[in-house]
Design a protein around this ligand. Structure first.
Ligand SMILES: O=c1ccn([C@@H]2O[C@H](COP(=O)(O)O)[C@@H](O)[C@H]2O)c(=O)[nH]1
Length: 284
């Protein structure tokens, strides 16, 4: 196999935020296709195939790209299977074949600054992602190495989609839940380069509304939790869209990836992504 370059030599990329806004408008979609490969759920034809993770994800990417405003590979699904090279090749494939669709690497990184620098290099150099998810709970210095990449997106956990999200994120600080402090701090202090977004789960429509009210129209939300986690699309869009009817990157992984376990897996994924796009657009 010929070596694969770590980056392409085409003209310089526009910033993540500009590319995301272009994609919302040009493709009329707020759908983010999550790439969470689980080989046990792949169609039988992939059994025993050495490049199964790359080939399955590539087929999903090619089938769903027309309906995607972003792709979101989740790093643990690749790393646990020792498939980091598959992840790098997949992002390169997206860059070459679907250059208008930005990639958000979901790695939820965060550490002291000297280590976070390496996490930033991992996301933006090793994998050439356009944006990365970041855990803010070690404070601004831990996010700074990501924030300094003005052309890259920094997608900061605010009110996550999981059932236990409130255990810590809802603790009251000066009379307000902690996640509201995260939202305010990111919008007013950390977003100097206009490159921040927030993760707010689709499973929490009231919190989506509150966070939109705190941050205004300019900060996009990555919204996981529709599909397999049961979030209500109508409530998400009604409560969290901005004045332009966008500002949302609504992510679904399993409901798209595993829409069929048969040989029609790619077509079924495309149908699921298109149906989600259409449902979202009903309420914009
Ligand atoms: O609050 C969060 C943050 C990230 N995720 C990630 O999104 C996908 C959701 O997968 P589905 O199959 O659509 O439920 C997954 O990669 C999570 O790690 C999240 O769910 N909630």
């Amino acid at each position: 196999m010929s070596p694969i370059p770590s980056s392409t030599t085409t003209e310089p990329m526009r910033s993540f935020m500009d590319r995301l806004r272009d994609r919302w408008h040009d493709a009329d979609t707020l759908v983010c296709v999550g790439l969470d490969p689980e080989p046990a759920k792949f169609p039988a034809r992939f059994a025993g195939q050495p490049n199964a993770i790359f080939e399955f994800c590539r087929d999903i990417v090619d089938a769903t790209a027309p309906y995607a405003c972003a792709f979101k590979p989740q790093i643990a699904h690749f790393a646990a299977a020792e498939a980091e090279e598959a992840l790098r090749m997949l992002i390169l494939h997206i860059r070459l074949r679907h250059p208008h669709v930005p990639v958000i690497l979901d790695s939820k990184r965060g550490d002291i600054g000297s280590t976070a620098q390496h996490y930033a290099r991992e996301a933006f150099e090793r994998y050439a992602a356009d944006a990365v998810t970041v855990n803010p709970y070690m404070g601004r210095d831990s996010a700074q190495p990501f924030l300094d990449h003005a052309d890259k997106g920094v997608v900061i956990l605010c009110r996550t989609s999981n059932p236990g999200a409130g255990d810590l994120q809802d603790l009251l600080v000066d009379g307000k839940p902690l996640y509201q402090h995260v939202a305010a701090k990111v919008a007013r202090e950390w977003n100097e380069h206009g490159n921040c977004a927030l993760v707010v789960g689709a499973t929490w429509p009231e919190q989506l509304r509150e966070v939109r009210a705190i941050v205004g129209d300019q900060v996009p939300f990555l919204v996981p939790g529709v599909g397999a986690q049961g979030g209500d699309v109508r409530a998400v869009v009604s409560n969290a869209r901005n004045r332009d009817g966008d500002g949302l990157v609504i992510s679904s992984s399993r409901a798209i990836l595993y829409a069929s376990s048969g040989d029609d897996y790619a077509e079924a994924a495309a149908n699921a992504a298109r149906a989600l796009r259409d449902e979202i657009n009903l309420y914009r």
